[in-house]
Design a protein. Structure first.
Length: 405
């Protein structure tokens, strides 16, 4: 297990914590840079906004995918220019639009929001450069588009073009299309990218402008289950490079963006919790852990979904649930003897379960359980106020081996 000695040492004085590995993040940044020539990247802050994580990623030259004014301000405070921050989310308040005005490129999510931006620009007496989020007429891996709370339907946007072209206080500079996260099939992603560029070309011509950016979205997936194959980023990058060689002639002023999703941070973090107690109830062995549901929510959500679905097929609902067996549970120390245990937490709810009836090395009170794939959508999703427990710490392991709290 990577960093086992460091985790063991930290566990001597802590009952639960996250550990984010800077070297692992930097390695994945290098992978994207090497495999996707000519592409710029936006880090999805909502995955993990830990300050040291943000400093590492932004310091490497990546931009920010911000889903709130708070995330815009986080990126801005770390030195990102307004052109490097894209603020794209449904339901932006007036205060959010005002606050992000000079700090980010605002991507409008609806025609109503476009009108509000135009009105705000009119009151300010200066035009505003905005992006548009499009809900295209095609599906992610099918021919037909679906209803969505995100973006403007492509046909509605085309119908609004005459008004958009005449509005003196608006300058449309970019498009954003994002239909799915956690995709690991390179051929499906390439077909999606090709369709996105076709929509961008149609809208660029209709709007009578030259786009400054095209954001293809599509959070790049990572393996979760033991049999999951990783995304072939090299093949995907080569295919996208072929598409973009033609695209650069059609969009001469545009920067092409991909959103990193959880790719940078998901496998780069672990969650560690301590065994507080061990008991047997009617023949079943329970290990009681510190801060399970209220420390790292996602494994408990998976067990809850399985309890309702049984053995049936389960559809992922990101970022709360991806699939069965999305996390590994690694004991420290790792003994040769094994047993069947249920990993439960210390909250007063039966839903506080990380794993049921799983074969693991024997554990005793004081041992540690390391949970993988905890670097994204971990601490940010977990209800740490529940039961007024002491929350887990978030720790950062620098590339030089220093622990930052």
């Amino acid at each position: 297990m990577k960093n086992q000695e460091i985790i063991s040492s930290l566990g001597q004085t802590r009952d639960s914590f996250y550990l984010y590995d800077q070297r692992a993040i930097l390695d994945r940044i290098q992978t994207l840079r090497e495999d996707f020539p000519g592409v710029s990247f936006l880090y999805s802050i909502k995955c993990n906004p830990h300050p040291q994580v943000l400093k590492t990623i932004f310091g490497a030259g990546f931009g920010a995918d911000a889903a709130s004014l708070g995330e815009v301000e986080l990126a801005s405070a770390l030195g990102l220019s307004g052109q490097s921050i894209q603020f794209s989310a449904p339901g932006k308040s007036d205060a959010a639009l005002e606050g992000a005005w000079d700090k980010a490129v605002i991507t409008a999510d609806s025609l109503n929001e476009v009108r509000r931006l135009a009105d705000l620009a009119r009151r300010r007496g200066t035009p505003v450069k905005i992006g548009l989020r499009v809900n295209p007429s095609f599906g992610f891996d099918g021919p037909d588009g679906l209803p969505s709370k995100f973006g403007m339907d492509e046909d509605q946007l085309l119908a609004a073009v005459p008004w958009l072209r005449q509005e003196p206080h608006l300058q449309i500079v970019g498009l954003h299309i994002h239909l799915k996260s956690q995709e690991r099939r390179s051929e499906v992603l390439l077909a999606y990218y090709k369709n996105c560029l076709s929509v961008a070309l149609e809208l660029q011509a209709a709007l009578g402008c030259e786009l400054a950016f095209i954001n293809l979205g599509s959070g790049i997936g990572i393996p979760y289950g033991p049999e999951d194959a990783p995304l072939d980023t090299k093949a995907l990058g080569q295919g996208l490079a072929r598409l973009w060689r033609k695209g650069q002639r059609l969009f001469p002023k545009a920067t092409l963006y991909l959103e990193t999703g959880r790719f940078l941070t998901g496998p780069s973090g672990v969650y560690v919790t301590k065994v507080l107690d061990k008991k047997v109830s009617r023949g079943k062995t329970f290990l009681i852990l510190q801060n399970t549901l209220n420390g790292f929510l996602r494994p408990s959500v998976a067990r809850l979904i399985e309890s309702y679905a049984g053995e049936g097929d389960l559809i992922g609902t990101e970022p709360l649930f991806t699939q069965r067996d999305a996390f590994r549970f690694l004991p420290i120390p790792c003994r040769e003897e094994t047993e069947v245990v249920t990993l439960a937490g210390n909250l007063c709810t039966g839903a506080d379960v990380m794993a049921r009836d799983c074969h693991l090395p024997r554990m005793e009170p004081g041992d540690l359980v390391v949970v993988t794939n905890a670097g994204s959508y971990g601490a940010v999703l977990s209800p740490m106020q529940f039961s007024s427990q002491v929350p887990p710490q978030e720790l950062f392991l620098t590339a030089e081996g220093q622990i930052l709290e």
